[in-house]
Write a protein that binds this ligand. Structure first.
Ligand SMILES: Nc1ncnc2c1ncn2[C@@H]1O[C@H](COP(=O)(O)OP(=O)(O)O)[C@@H](O)[C@H]1O
Ligand SMILES: [Mg+2]
Length: 485
């Protein structure tokens, strides 16, 4: 390797062979992934500079999930952007604007350093025209965040010089396995084809030329020369799965996946008409600026051979989001109550549970009280997080090792359940609980639903849930759907 850019403006770098392969990849949706220390972030920086220095007017965006990571990883120390660009910065051929968070080059191209620290940051990129999208630590992003960013990738008015034309616009990502996005990244790049193969992604997924190039620690001689103990330190991480993931770039682990036993093949079923005599109930996790999740559940009587007696089926969902991850519809409790009743069309709901926060009062009636006034009556759900996690897991696992599961989801639950639940990760500080700072509203609702019908304790007749005061108030006086079982 040698110089990036042309005669007027260039920077010298040396790439290791694996990095060089990624650098010259013909793919337009590249994942350079695998082991920690494999030189991935460095490669992204070098690639960003190549595009900015060789195509005047080009707009490149380098993303990390959070702002502090962005700084620490790309703006500090040897091999960072300021370090690589030092000669150009000194000559004024590249400038850093702290305010705009971007490098601007003499040819009019820009490299913007971007992050999605807060969900609301996504909106900043709504109108962006991204010619080269670089994402570091892709598994820290959710699939919908990625899809959104990818939808901003277009050529617009840019006219790249001949030899580069068919490589733009493009996406280059780098990542370790693990973290929130492990499952979807693996599904999109790693599982479908052999490493290094370049293939056309399905039209519904952008239709770009996709490629997965594995990177191992051994592929980065710089690191091992400067820090020979690095591998030993990785070994010291503890969890063997995490060590394998970070050291070898092994994707065949459920690194931190909270519900790794969830399996579309086993748990997702095509919709069918729920028999009238099945018990139906609903669960709610309230939210306004963040999404709410309403799940409608039915309890199998065992007549359908696929669904053991007592198995619960999530047959409908209403996920209160705008279509942007973790962003709520900001509906009032009355509007949600009306929406719930409307979707039910008069079906008989035996009981309903809602998160304790819905019962909180700051000024005036609680959310639950307001909803009750419109005919959607909820009682307080059991909210022991760890017990709930165990219940959800027990239901997903089902009876014995190979028996059918005790929890099913209709394939129509795509907005909430199927998008968010499989991606949830464990709390890194507490392997017995799901981490809280993620899009976990459906999971919480599922947890309340499971806690309302404990699977482990159904040997006898199911325990009758405690009537709450709304039950006492309405039980015998109101039409169906109002009772509390
Ligand atoms: N080709 C290279 N030349 C010089 N230093 C490199 C090169 N590739 C990687 N490095 C350095 O090796 C270290 C680890 O690389 P990095 O890209 O951060 O790894 P990763 O992102 O895969 O964990 C960093 O200090 C980086 O600057
Ligand atoms: Mg890195």
């Amino acid at each position: 390797m040698g110089e990036l850019g042309g005669a007027r403006m260039s920077v010298k770098v040396e790439l290791h062979p694996r990095q060089a392969e990624a650098f010259s990849s013909p793919a337009t949706e590249l994942l350079y992934g695998g082991a920690a220390g494999g030189g991935k972030s460095f490669l992204l920086r070098v690639s960003a500079l190549r595009w900015c220095l060789s195509v005047p007017g080009l707009q490149a965006y380098l993303f990390r999930r959070t702002f502090p990571d962005l700084r620490a990883n790309h703006l500090k120390g040897p091999g960072s952007l300021p370090d690589l660009l030092a000669p150009l910065l000194a000559k004024g051929k590249a400038r850093w604007s702290e305010q705009r968070g971007e490098f601007r080059f003499a040819g009019g191209s820009t490299l913007k350093l971007a992050h999605l620290q807060h969900e609301s940051d996504l909106i900043k990129y709504q109108g962006a025209e991204i010619h080269v999208l670089l994402i570091d630590e892709l598994t820290h992003f959710s699939e919908s965040q990625y899809r959104f960013l990818r939808s901003r990738v277009r050529l617009g008015g840019l006219k790249p010089p001949g030899p580069l034309a068919d490589r733009l616009p493009r996406i280059e990502c780098a990542t370790n396995p693990g973290s929130v996005g492990h499952a979807w990244v693996k599904r999109a790049w790693v599982s479908p084809k052999r490493p290094q193969e370049v293939w056309r992604a399905p039209a519904g997924e952008g239709g770009m030329r996709r490629q997965y190039l594995p990177a191992r620690v051994a592929d980065n001689p710089t690191l091992l020369a400067h820090d020979p103990d690095y591998l030993d330190r990785l070994e010291g991480l503890g969890s063997p799965a995490l060590v394998r993931a970070l050291k070898n770039g092994d994707w065949d682990i459920a690194a931190g996946q909270a519900l790794e036993t969830f399996d579309r093949e086993r748990h997702v079923i095509e919709p069918f008409a729920i028999p009238d005599h099945w018990t139906r109930f609903r669960a709610l996790d309230w939210g306004s600026t963040r999404p709410f999740s309403v799940g409608w559940w039915a309890v199998s009587d065992g007549d359908d051979p696929r669904l053991p007696p007592g198995a619960i089926v999530r047959y409908r969902e209403w996920y209160g989001w705008t279509g942007r991850p973790d962003t709520g519809l900001r509906l009032t409790s009355a509007e949600v109550a009306d929406g719930i009743r409307e979707r039910e069309g008069g079906e008989r709901i035996a009981f309903s549970v809602a998160d304790p926060a819905a019962f909180g009062r700051s000024d005036g009636p609680s959310v639950a009280e307001r909803m009750a006034a419109r005919g959607a009556i909820f009682r307080r759900a059991a909210n022991d997080r760890k017990a709930g996690y165990q219940e959800v897991r027990a239901r997903l696992r089902g009876e014995g090792d190979n028996g059918p599961p005790m929890l099913f989801v209709f394939s129509t639950c795509t907005d909430g359940f199927l998008r968010t639940v499989p991606e949830l990760v464990l709390d890194p500080h507490d392997p017995e609980d799901v981490a809280t700072r993620q899009e976990d509203h459906v999971y919480d609702e599922v947890r309340y639903a499971c806690m309302s019908r404990p699977f482990r304790r159904t040997a006898g007749p199911p325990a009758t849930p405690q009537r709450d005061r709304w039950g006492r108030a309405f039980d015998f006086t109101q039409p169906h759907g109002w009772r509390v079982a």
